[in-house]
Structures are given as C-alpha cells and as structure tokens.
Design a protein around this ligand. Structure first.
Ligand code: TYD
Ligand code: MG
Length: 453
C-alpha cells in the first residue's frame, strides 16, 4: 500500500518542509507550520499544466490599449472610493473580515445595486434557501442574479467559461477545493491552488471576481500570505461586531490608493453608507467626564474625528497593565515613557488603558497628542473641555511635532462645532480659521492646560 506522505507548510509564507519546526525557517514566525498531505507529482502537475495552456504573446508596451479600462460602479460610493473608482474588469478582489462582520451581506447588496449586470454568486457555505432568504431581506431578488452552491473550483471555472457572467462572487475561498488535490478544503495548498485557478479564469475572460476570505485569530486572511500576492486588491472589513459601525479598508490595491476607508453602518436592511463618519464616531460621547479627548485623523483623503478614551487606574499588581484598542501597543508604551520622563506625569504604578471609540483603528502619529491628553485627563481626573479637540505627533523629547494636512483637520473639527483646537505650534502659523480658537502648543503641559481650562 502506498504510504501517505505528509509535509509541513507555513501558513504565513508557504514554506514547505518534511519536518515540523516551531519557528518557520522561511519567515521566522512561530507556530505557523501545519501538516498537509503531500500532493503526488501527477495531480499537482495536471493542475499546473492546465494553467500554462494559454500562452500570452509578448507585445510592445505602447501597443497595449488602456482606453477600455472599464470600472463597474458598485452603487456604494464608499466602496467605490476604497476600490479606487469601482470594480475594474478582470480584477480579482479579496474581501477579508471576521465572521459575521457583513461580507456576505455587502456582496448581496452589490448584486442588488448592479442589477443591470449578469452576476454569478457561488456559495460554499450557505444553502440556496438561506441565500434566497438573505436576498429577500435585502431586496436583491432580481433575475440578473444566478446562485450556485458548489465547492469544486473546476466546476465553478467551467461555469464562468460557459456563461461568461459580468461579475462573479465566491463566498468563501476556504470552502473551495480542487478535487485532484488530496488535502482538505481550507488547507494552504487548496486555498492557494484554487485562488490561482480562479485568477487565471478571471484574467482569461476579463471577468471581475470578488472572493471572500476568512481571517484567522491574528486577524490576517487565513491561508498563506501568498494569497495576498496573487490577487489584485485586498480589502478588509473591520469593526466591533457589537456596534453597528463597519470600516472597509484596502490593504493592497493595484488600481488605486490604499489609504482610503469606507464607513458603513449595519442596519436591519443591510449595510448603509455613512456619509458623515465624524458625527457617527462622536455620537454618545460622555459629557463632563475625565479621560476622553477628541482628535482628527486623516484616513486617505478624508479627515475623520474620533474620540480617544484613556483610563489610568491604581494597579494592584507589581507589573502594571497596559492595553490599547485601535492603537499600536508599542507606541502606547512609548507615549507613556515620554509622559513620565519628559512631562512628569507618572504612570509607573498605574494600569493604563486606551480605546479608540467606534471600532476605528488609527495608525497615524497625529493621534499621539489626544492619546496623551486622554491619559493625563484620567490621571488627574480633570475633564477636557467638551468643545475642544487636539492633534499632533509627539517626539521622544516630549515636543509636539507638526502633522500633514492640518488645515483639513481643523476644517473638519470646525464643521462639527468644535471651538477650541489645540495643534502643534508649527502648524498653527499657517492655519486660517475664523470660527474657532486655534492654539499652537510646544509641549504636553501647555497642551493639557489649553484643553482643560
Ligand atoms: P454576514 O454578511 O452573514 O457576515 P459574514 O458573511 O461576514 O460572516 O452578516 C451577518 C451579520 O449581519 C449577522 O450577525 C446579522 C447581520 N445582519 C443585519 O444586521 N442586517 C441584515 O440585513 C443582514 C442581512 C445581516
Ligand atoms: Mg458569510
């Protein structure tokens, strides 16, 4: 009897080895090697042979026509912006996100909005009845939409070849499999090979395909990182499931910029676009309490106001806890060190928590100032004025450094009725503003005095 050979494959970088390692020799990540059944040369060869069957002739670059780069308007301006203007024909889009965040819902709503296109929706997760019920609820029962519940990628590609739909949706890539490969659905080999096959079909027939990908515990798309390299666009759906706000972010886009975000709200009729995200982020803000500060962050081309909450509490352990939600943990540690060493606010026996309200994640250093202000406010139990907002980057010397696009940030804060805006002193010189006090500050103490008086 033939012995089944297994191989260990890294879920991050796809490194293969006959032996298990705790730390992947390829990408040096820990605990990422998973056992898989080794494919026989015959079956793996058959799959790749099919792939090289279409030969692409070399052409001069100036002979390639780009005038027909066509984009489909998804009917959601928030989504169009994240995609760089709509769905490009022949592109492969990967949509990732936690379970229950609304991936299947947004796909169904796109079907509803694009009711002039022929759409093929393939689901490997739900039954036809379940899909019909969701479509009913979202008002997407139209004759342009064909539902297929199938997990065999080759049959799916065959269907695309025969019917030539205008748009294909696959929910989800982890349920898809190639029969010839012996590993189970969702394994690294299956996910990688299925995506490859789908990608080639998409390019051959110029059909755009949206593929749903599940995310693992760490929040990245399950399956090797190579998956993100194969596709043209990677979108992530984020947000706190308990709250209605959902944020769509592009982490890779061959057809547009990656720093735009789209904001949606989950309602009983599906996802709704949020045109005024700042207002939504600030709704329900507590009044007159310490430990909260409003900031203005720039997401792509759009300024968004966000509430930062900080809590400093006496620690009962020798090693105080630090926790941050929506903000980089290491940067929080650095800010706490700056607060102690440069400004004399001591957190050494305090637990410190930081939270960006609304499920927003901000990586921009411009929120540093508001984070420090929220923490100082909690430490001193002194509230920050309700009509005040602050932004600025903090350097290791405790100085407040200027940030880009200050005027745009100030305008957004003024639009939402803020009357006192504390900003870096270098930015303050060039700000033009009539309806609010602009206060330029050099250090943390000055900033806190200005915000709390
Ligand atoms: P779903 O799109 O199935 O999530 P995913 O495909 O990302 O796993 O969304 C599921 C959640 O959305 C579920 O908890 C119910 C909620 N929901 C609404 O609140 N309103 C709606 O109209 C729909 C269709 C779903
Ligand atoms: Mg789903």
């Amino acid at each position: 009897m033939a012995k089944i050979k297994s191989v260990y494959v890294c879920s991050e970088c796809g490194y293969e080895s006959p032996k298990w390692y705790g730390k992947c020799p390829g990408c040096e990540n820990w605990n990422t090697m998973n056992e898989e059944i080794k494919e026989s040369v015959k079956s793996a060869g058959a799959v790749s042979k099919r792939r090289v069957s279409s030969y692409s002739k070399p052409v001069l670059i100036n002979e390639i026509s780009t005038t027909d780069e066509e984009r489909y308007d998804t009917g959601f301006s928030e989504l169009n912006r994240v995609l760089g203007g709509g769905i490009v024909k022949g592109s492969l889009i990967l949509l990732g996100g936690d379970p229950g965040i609304g991936k299947s819902t947004i796909l169904m709503q796109i079907c509803k909005n694009l009711n002039n296109l022929n759409i093929l929706y393939i689901s490997g997760e739900e039954s036809k009845r379940q899909l019909k019920l969701r479509a009913d609820r979202l008002g997407a029962v139209e004759s342009n939409l064909t539902i297929m519940t199938e997990t065999d990628v080759e049959l799916v590609c065959e269907e695309i070849k025969n019917k030539k739909p205008d748009l294909v949706m696959i929910d989800s890539i982890q349920t898809m499999m190639i029969k010839e490969l012996s590993s189970s659905a969702g394994s690294i080999t299956q996910v990688r090979e299925s995506t490859n096959l789908i990608m080639h079909t998409a390019k051959d027939f110029d059909t755009p395909v949206i593929v749903v990908g599940h995310v693992n515990k760490e929040g990245s798309i399950a399956g090797p990182k190579v998956l993100e390299h194969i596709v043209d666009t990677v979108l992530y759906f984020e947000g706190d499931k308990q709250m209605s706000c959902r944020i769509l972010r592009a982490v890779k886009n061959r057809f547009g910029s990656t720093n735009e975000i789209g904001v949606f709200e989950m309602t009983d009729k599906g996802l709704r676009e949020v045109e005024n995200p700042s207002q939504m982020m600030l709704s329900g803000r507590p009044k007159g309490v310490s430990g909260t500060c409003v900031t203005c962050s720039l997401e792509g081309t759009r300024p968004i106001l966000a509430e930062i909450q900080g809590l400093a509490a006496q620690s009962s352990y020798g090693n105080p806890r630090r926790m941050s939600t929506g903000f980089d943990y290491n940067r929080l540690s650095m800010l706490l060190a700056v607060l102690e060493k440069r400004a004399g606010y001591y957190f050494n026996n305090m637990d410190a928590y930081v939270n960006i309200v609304g499920g927003l994640r901000i990586d921009e250093p411009a929120v540093d100032l508001a984070i420090c202000m929220a923490l100082i406010s909690s430490l001193k139990d002194t509230p920050i004025r309700e009509d005040a907002a602050a932004f600025g980057e903090i350097g290791l010397a405790g100085e407040i450094r200027s940030v880009s696009q200050a005027q745009q940030r100030v305008n957004e804060a003024v639009r939402l009725g803020f009357k006192k805006i504390v900003i870096p002193v270098h930015n303050a010189k060039e700000i033009y503003c009539d309806n609010a006090d602009i206060i330029g500050v050099r250090n943390l103490r000055q900033a806190f005095e200005a915000l709390s008086e």
